[in-house]
Design a protein around this ligand. Sequence first.
Ligand code: ZN
Length: 255
Amino acid sequence: MRALVLSDIHGNLEALTAVLNAAGQWDALWNLGDLVGYGASPNQVVETVRPLATMTVRGNHDRICCGLTSTRNFNPLARASAKWTMQELSAENLEWLRGLPQGPLQPERSSEDEARVTLAHGSPLNEDHYIQNMRDAWAPLQQMATAIAFVGHTHVQCGFAQKDHDWYELRPRYPSRTGSQMWRLPIAAEVRYLINPGAVGQPRDFDWRAAFAIYDSEAREVVYHRVPYDVARAQARIRKAKLPERLAARLREGR
Ligand code: ZN
């Protein structure tokens, strides 16, 4: 079973389109949340992902942009885009966002011998927690219900692995920041993994390319990917919508 794992699309239709074109064939699409907020195409993103996603976990921006939580804890940039997004979203898409389930979730397995996995936006222990380093990863690695969990939220493509007292951080390395590239992670038995596929629509790891991952349960591997996309067009949409300029500029910087 091949699962396409996406997170933090953030209303970036151009990045999403490039990812779907690059992903090839897959059996399941697991979406880790934050479909909307920041980017200028929230309706198109929701309408593209909705029929394709096997499972979607809500993100903090999804929750706030559909009015379930106030924008009080958001910084001014996030707040401005959340207000714009809320007005831009159709009634039907707002309703769908309001109904998204909170993580952690466990997708159905396609066969009995397939490992169970967990999907969460922030952490399997708390949807709003950021897992940025091993210190953040330690408690969820001990306490999560499955050996593999996929998380997003930080917009940084990475992973954390732990076996008994040994642990290590996974940082995909690519030879350059041009073209499409991939980085393979074999999944070992008796190791626990937190896997962050990175952000499709607003990467913050100094690589502007759209990020995603493919989990292959038979090959027992996770393949991290980066793909270029039409960033100029995504930026033009943000400027046309009169969203803050920083939201356009940061896409090119990948931060
Ligand atoms: Zn996000």
